[in-house]
Design a protein around this ligand. Structure first.
Ligand code: DGJ
Length: 735
C-alpha cells in the first residue's frame, strides 16, 4: 500500500520507493498539517514534528494566542487572513467583500489509480502504478470545500498534487487565488534552484541561497515563458549531481504561474506553487467546482542527477500520451532557417529531393505558406494556402514530397491574428483587447480570444481543414507572442479575471480535439523557441521546440537546463547552418550533429547550398541517430560536466536501463593549450560489467570508468566533440 491512514494518530503516510510524505490532523478543529517529506521512513508516529503535543499554542488549549498557532503551524493547504501571515494558497471575495478562508479536515478517501483533471493536462497511470488520497477540507463559514489530491507514483518517487475547490456554500463566490500545492518545512540552510532565461537563452540554471522573506519565480505573460520556468528545487548547499538531498516542484500548466519560497521568522520555509494570483478572479457559482492544475513533487537523497532521472521516467511514463512517446521520431528537415518566408513549391521540393538522398525522413514547411504572408506583418488567422507560393496547391506539394519518400509536416500558429488579415476585417472583436484602448502589438500580431467557443471552433476547423486536405503527418504548433491587453468582448465584467486561465483551457481544448481527431499526428509545440516548454504541453505533444537558438554551444547550456527536468525524447533539436543565425558562431558540422542527437534530431538549413563536405556528413549523422536513438530516448541521463559551470567543456551520458549500453557525449568548447588528455569519471554504469568502447581495442571495467575515468581523445580547436559508445561484453575477469 502506497498510502496508509492511522486512525489512532490521525496520520496519513504516503510512501514511494524511496520517499515518505506525512500529513497529520491536529487539535479539536482538525487542522491539516504537514509533518514530513523526505527519505523513506519506517515509523508513522511522527506527530511530535508538528510541535503541537506539548505546545501551548494549540487553539483548544490556548485560544488567546491563536494567531501564533496559525502563523507557525505547518499547513498542508494554508488559507488566507485568519492569522497565518505567510503566503496562503487560497483567497476569496464574498458578496460582502470579505477574503478570509480557513480550511480544516472534513473527510478522506484513498483510491487506486490516478484521477484525470477536468479540462487540464495531468499525469496518468496504469492499474497498480498509483494510489490517490483525496483529503477533503472545509471552510465552515463559507461552505467552501477543497479536495486535496495526492497521487503516489511509487516507482518514480513522485507525488502529484492538485486541488478541486467546490462551492458548497449558500452564495456565489469569487476565488481570487487558488494555488495547487504547499510544503512547509524547517529550513536547513537550503539553496534553491531556478531556471531563468530569455528568447534564444531559455532555461539557464541558477542556484542561490534561500534568504528570509519571499523569493519567487513566475509568469504573468499568459504562457509559461522564456523568462522564468514553472519549476523550482531546493537542496542542501552540498548537493551535487551525485549526492545530497534535493526537493523539486514542477507545475503542469502552460499559463501564468507563481513558484515561491518564503523563509519565516522561525526559520521554516513555505514553498508554494500555483496559478499566478495577479489578475486572477474566478467566479464560482453555488454548486460549481474549480480544478487547479497539477504539481509534480519529487525528492532525491542522491543528488540532482537522481531527481532528473525521476522526472524523466515520470514524464515519459505518466505524462506524454502520444503514440510516439516511446518510438523513434522521423528525422525532419525544417525550412525556417533555410528560407525564412522566401520559398515556393519548387524550393521545397528541391530541399526534399536532397533530403531524401541524404536519408532525412520528413520535410516540415514552416511559416509563410498561407494568406499573403511574405513577412511577419500579415495573414495570421487566414489559414488558406497561398497558391502563388505553393503552386499547384498543398496536396500537390505534399504528394510530391511523399513521392520522394518523405513524410510531410506543417507549421501553424493557430492562436494568433494579424491586424492585416481577412479574419481581423471580419472579426476585430475576436482579438484580446480592452475596449477603447489600442492593444499592444508584438511581432505585428494580436492574440485570439480563446475563451470564446466560436473562436475556438473557427481555429479548430482551420487547423483540421488543412490536415484533412493532404497527407500531413506532423504539426509544429507555434505561439510567437505573449498575452497583453486582457479583455474579452464576450465575458461579463465579473468574469474578465478568468480570461488568462480560460485562454489556457482553450489551448488545451484545441490540442485535445486535434489529437483526438488525428491520433497519428506527431505534434510539436513551440513558442518563439522554447517559451512553452512545460509539462502541460507534454500531455499533448511528445516533443517541444527547445529554443530558436540552434548554435551548438549555446544549445549545450539550454539543453542542460532543459534536460535537468525533461526527458531528452521531448527536446526539439536541429542542426543548422554556420555562421549561426542567432550568435554568428562557427562550429564544426559534426559537433552540431552530436549536440542535436541529445534531442529529437533534425535539420534546419538549406541542404541544397551547404558545402559538399557537410552534405556528406548528413548520412553519417542519420546513421548515428538510428543507431543511438532508442538509447537516448529511453535511457537514464547522467550529467557529468557542465560547460555552464566550468566554461571549458561539457559532458553527459545516457545509460540503457539494463546498463548494457551507454553513449557519452563530450564537447570541448574551448581548446586549451599545453594540456594532457582529459580523464572523465563516468556514472551510471554497472561496476561489475566490462564495456567495449567502439574504436578502442580493449575492454574497460565499469568500476574503472566510474572511479578512475575514461581518457578523452585529444581534440584540437574549439567546439570539438566526440561520442563514445559503450557496450557491455561478457569476458573473463579483466586484470
Ligand atoms: C518561432 C519558431 O520558434 C521558429 O522555429 C519559427 O517557426 C518561427 N517562429 C516562424 O515564425
Amino acid at each position: 500500500m502506497a498510502i496508509t491512514y492511522d486512525e489512532k494518530t490521525k496520520i496519513f503516510k504516503l510512501d514511494s520507493a524511496h520517499t515518505s510524505y506525512m500529513i497529520g490532523i491536529v487539535d479539536q478543529e482538525q487542522f491539516v498539517g504537514h509533518i514530513y517529506y523526505g527519505a523513506k521512513l519506517r515509523m508513522q508516529d511522527a506527530l511530535y514534528l508538528m510541535r503541537t503535543e506539548e505546545n501551548p499554542f494549540v487553539p483548544s488549549v490556548n485560544n488567546r494566542e491563536r494567531c501564533s498557532f496559525m502563523d507557525t503551524f505547518p499547513m498542508e493547504y494554508p488559507g488566507h487572513g485568519a492569522g497565518d501571515y505567510r503566503e496562503g494558497c487560497i483567497r476569496v471575495r464574498t458578496k460582502e467583500g470579505h477574503s478570509v478562508v480557513s480550511l480544516t479536515y472534513q473527510s478522506h478517501e484513498i483510491v487506486d489509480g490516478k484521477p484525470a483533471l477536468e479540462g487540464l493536462p495531468a499525469s496518468f497511470a496504469k492499474d497498480g502504478e498509483c494510489q490517490t488520497l483525496i483529503l477533503t477540507c472545509r471552510d465552515q463559514v463559507l461552505g467552501l470545500e477543497a479536495e486535496l489530491l495526492y497521487s503516489v507514483f511509487e516507482k518514480e518517487d513522485v507525488i502529484t498534487r492538485s486541488v478541486r475547490i467546490i462551492n458548497a456554500g449558500e452564495q456565489d463566490i469569487y476565488l481570487t487565488k487558488v494555488y495547487s500545492a504547499c510544503i512547509d518545512m524547517d529550513d536547513r540552510d537550503y539553496e534553491w534552484l531556478m531556471l531563468h532565461g530569455s528568447w534564444a537563452r531559455e532555461r539557464q540554471i541558477e542556484r542561490k541561497k534561500i534568504g528570509y522573506g519571499k523569493q519567487s519565480v513566475g509568469s504573468v505573460r499568459g504562457e509559461s515563458s522564456h523568462q522564468e520556468h514553472p519549476f523550482l528545487a531546493w537542496m542542501d548547499p552540498q548537493t551535487t549531481q551525485k549526492q545530497g538531498e534535493v526537493y523539486a516542484m514542477h507545475f503542469v500548466y502552460s499559463g501564468n504561474f507563481t513558484a515561491q519560497i518564503e523563509k519565516s521568522q522561525f526559520d521554516s520555509i513555505r514553498v508554494t506553487m500555483g496559478i499566478n494570483a495577479e489578475d486572477f478572479c474566478w467566479k464560482l457559482n453555488q454548486g460549481e467546482a474549480f480544478t487547479a492544475p497539477e504539481v509534480v513533487l519529487t525528492y532525491s537523497e542522491a543528488g540532482l542527477g537522481n531527481m532528473t532521472r525521476n522526472l524523466h521516467d515520470f514524464y515519459r511514463n505518466h505524462m506524454i500520451r502520444s503514440k510516439y512517446a516511446h518510438s523513434k521520431r522521423p528525422i525532419l528537415i525544417n525550412n525556417w532557417e533555410a528560407t525564412y518566408f522566401d520559398f515556393d513549391t519548387e524550393k521545397l521540393l528541391a530541399i526534399a529531393r536532397k533530403a531524401a538522398e541524404l536519408g532525412i525522413e520528413m520535410l516540415v514547411m514552416d511559416d509563410g505558406w498561407f494568406g499573403n504572408r511574405n513577412d511577419d506583418s500579415t495573414s495570421l488567422g487566414d489559414w488558406f494556402v497561398n497558391e502563388k507560393k505553393i503552386t499547384g496547391g498543398l496536396k500537390h506539394l505534399v504528394d510530391g514530397v511523399n513521392k520522394l519518400g518523405l513524410k510531410f509536416g506543417i507549421w501553424m500558429e493557430p492562436e494568433m491574428i494579424s491586424p492585416d488579415s481577412r479574419l481581423y476585417e471580419e472579426h476585430p472583436d475576436w482579438a484580446l483587447a480592452v475596449p477603447g484602448r489600442e492593444a499592444a502589438l508584438s511581432r505585428n500580431q494580436y492574440v485570439l480570444d480563446l475563451s470564446r467557443k466560436e473562436v475556438r471552433d473557427y481555429v479548430y476547423e482551420s487547423v483540421a481543414a488543412i490536415l484533412r486536405s493532404a497527407n500531413i503527418e506532423y504539426v509544429k504548433w507555434d505561439m510567437n507572442r505573449q498575452l497583453s491587453d486582457m479583455g474579452s468582448f464576450a465575458l461579463p465584467a465579473d468574469r474578465q479575471g478568468e480570461l488568462y486561465h480560460r485562454y489556457v483551457l482553450g489551448v488545451y481544448e484545441l490540442q485535445e480535439r486535434l489529437i483526438t481527431e488525428f491520433p497519428d499526428l506527431l505534434l510539436e509545440n513551440c513558442s518563439g523557441g522554447g517559451a512553452r516548454f512545460d509539462p502541460g504541453m507534454l500531455y499533448y505533444s511528445p516533443q517541444i521546440w527547445c529554443s530558436d537558438d540552434t548554435d551548438a554551444v549555446e544549445r549545450l547550456k539550454i539543453q542542460e537546463g532543459t534536460a535537468l527536468i525533461y526527458p531528452l525524447s521531448s527536446i526539439g533539436a536541429h542542426v543548422s547552418v554556420c555562421p549561426n543565425h542567432t550568435v554568428g558562431r562557427n562550429t564544426p558540422f559534426e559537433t552540431r550533429g552530436n549536440v542535436a542527437l541529445a534531442g529529437t534530431f533534425g535539420y534546419e538549413l538549406d541542404i541544397t547550398t551547404i558545402p559538399k563536405e557537410n552534405q556528406d556528413l548528413i548520412p553519417k549523422q542519420v546513421a548515428l541517430y538510428h543507431k543511438y536513438n532508442d538509447l537516448v530516448r529511453e535511457g537514464d541521463y547522467y550529467r557529468i560536466a557542465s560547460y555552464q559551470e566550468n566554461h571549458e567543456y561539457d559532458c553527459y551520458l545516457v545509460v540503457s536501463k539494463d546498463k548494457r549500453e551507454a553513449l557519452v557525449t563530450f564537447v570541448q568548447v574551448i581548446g586549451r593549450p599545453n594540456f594532457h588528455s582529459r580523464c572523465i569519471c563516468l556514472q551510471g554504469l554497472d561496476p561489475e560489467q566490462n564495456y567495449r568502447i567502439e574504436g578502442k581495442d580493449r575492454l574497460f571495467g565499469g568500476d574503472l570508468l566510474m572511479k578512475a575515468g575514461l581518457l578523452m581523445d585529444d581534440l584540437w580547436g574549439d567546439a570539438q566533440s566526440r561520442l563514445y559508445h559503450l557496450v557491455a561484453e561478457a569476458q573473463d575477469e579483466i586484470k
